[in-house]
Design a protein around this ligand. Structure first.
Ligand code: GLU
Length: 489
């Protein structure tokens, strides 16, 4: 085993980072940081059509939002390679793969194969009829390099295939998560390393890169487990020591199906837009298949780094519990100071076009009132909306209140009593006193009093408690709103 711990996250970027990818990245990161190792970001972009720079930027944006910093890989701003083992984008490493393929060919461990699609189809049909899995039988596996070269020079195309003939035995390895895994001898036939256009396939690039980048441990999704056999064969073919592999279980929805779009947000970007904090998402994702030795639920990054170990990774599927994520988010949110929370809320409030006072004292006061009512940052929008003058509109539900004879008198008293106050804001006590005074003067009580005042403050008869809201709205705004409410025909 290599003494240095070096792990990698190797996305094939096609868009924002999925929660499954985030978990893979996080586990690799935690494992490396726990052991003082390095975390490398490698981009598996050989599918050039899907893996655009834009898609890469999306992944990078999400990884950065999560705060998972890589020691080597593309620079987050320029995307240029940073580190001694670059390039870190597979599309820029084609000569490296070509060279390894040539070495395997020279050693008789791989060969140029000229089988056509039609010939392969025929083999497939025959295997199917015999009820067997098709393993390519290539007449080219023992061709000399000179023979193959001659044919290539005549312009014919060939793939490079890995020769498995001498590897027909069980492959056994110890998975860091699943324990001993045995692949039967006849599971794969000769497989492609380079396509006829020279593009390498995933299994090949992965081995070459993991070796050249000195990766010691590979933690990746369970779906790659079958690939590990081909990868182990290539390691053996090259005489390279393989890294240690660990395959992480699937993330399931509440019906124990693979988590997908239909379950709502699944990418980090969406969680960010929905007002989740990166610390909360990381905390939640860390517990998808791992647990803290003291069963701690709420963890900081430092807690996770200190406690992370592979023994506590569970090999069973992990269920994504959206309710738990929300709860965790509220706990992380409340751990912040008022001013930090305000800073986090600003983009959400701006996006909703709310116009709110710039005054830090006011901001602090509102966060004190609302902080326990929010689970996500998005929740702030509806909490703050009644405080924005721009959002004040008399709603259709208010009509019922206007139908009562006493309403205009109540609102008129409300306006006059507010106007008589000398402070910029009314506190709760003053508000309650004013309500009592209106009652005395107009004789209105119960809903005739409360709902009419509410219409004058928020434009509708139902909503948040006024004694909480009124102290957050300036006297000036209260008067402005009362005038609008009074002016209604
Ligand atoms: N590019 C592969 C993926 O995104 C990574 C496989 C691996 O980690 O070996 O699934």
């Amino acid at each position: 085993m290599l003494s240095k711990v070096r792990v990698r996250f190797a996305p094939s970027p096609t868009g924002y980072l999925h929660v499954g990818g985030a978990r893979t990245a996080l586990f690799n990161y935690l494992f490396a940081k726990h052991l003082g190792g390095q975390f490398i970001l490698r981009i598996e972009d050989t599918d050039q059509e899907r893996s655009t720079d834009n898609a890469l930027r999306m992944q990078i944006e999400d990884l950065q939002w999560l705060g998972l910093k890589w020691d080597e890989g593309p620079n987050p701003k320029t995307l240029e390679d940073q580190g001694p083992h670059g390039p870190y984008r597979q599309s820029r490493r084609l000569p490296v793969y070509k060279q390894v393929a040539d070495e395997l060919i020279a050693a008789g461990k791989a060969y140029y194969c000229f089988l056509t699609e039609a010939e392969l189809d025929q083999q497939r049909e025959l295997a199917k009829a015999a009820g067997k899995t098709m393993h390519v039988a290539s007449p080219y596996e023992d061709w000399t390099i000179a023979q193959a070269m001659a044919r290539l020079q005549s312009g014919e195309k060939a793939v490079v295939r890995f020769k498995t003939r001498n590897l027909k035995r069980d492959f056994v390895f110890t998975d860091l998560v699943r324990g001993e895994i045995k692949f039967p001898s006849d599971m794969v036939g000769d497989f492609v390393l380079l396509r006829s256009d020279g593009m390498p396939v995933y299994n090949f690039c992965c081995v070459v890169d993991d070796h050249k980048m000195e990766i010691s441990h590979v933690l990746r999704a369970e779906e790659h487990l079958p690939n590990t056999l081909r990868q182990l064969m290539i390691y053996e073919g090259m005489g390279w020591a393989p890294p240690q592999f660990g395959h992480l279980s699937l993330i399931l929805d509440e019906d124990r199906q693979k988590l997908s779009k239909r379950n709502g947000a699944t990418s980090c970007h969406e969680f960010k837009e929905e007002g989740y904090l990166p610390d909360a998402l990381k905390n939640f994702v860390a517990l998808l298949g791992w647990s803290h030795p003291d069963e701690k639920e709420i963890m900081s990054m430092q807690d996770m780094i200190s406690a992370f170990d592979l023994q506590r990774i569970n090999s069973a599927g992990a269920v994504f519990d959206a309710v738990k994520l929300k709860w965790m988010n509220s706990v992380h949110l409340r751990a912040h100071s008022n001013s930090e929370i305000w800073e986090m809320l600003v983009p959400f409030l701006q996006r909703a076009h709310l116009e709110l006072p710039q005054d830090p004292v006011w901001q602090d006061k509102t966060v004190t009132v609302f902080r326990t009512a929010m689970e996500t940052l998005v929740d702030a929008v509806e909490l703050y909306r009644p405080l924005s003058d721009k959002s004040f509109l008399l709603q259709p539900e208010a009509d019922e209140v206007y139908a009562w004879e006493s309403t205009k008198a109540v609102i008129g008293q409300w306006r006059d009593l507010v106007a008589a106050e000398t402070t910029d804001y009314l506190n709760e006590e003053v508000f309650l006193r004013i309500q009592d005074q209106i009652k005395e003067k107009t004789g209105a009580k119960g809903k005739f009093l409360f709902q009419a005042v509410r219409v004058a403050v928020i434009g509708k008869p139902h909503g948040s408690e006024l004694k909480m809201l009124v102290p957050l709205i300036s006297k000036k705004s209260l008067l402005l709103r009362a005038e609008i409410a009074l002016a209604k025909k």
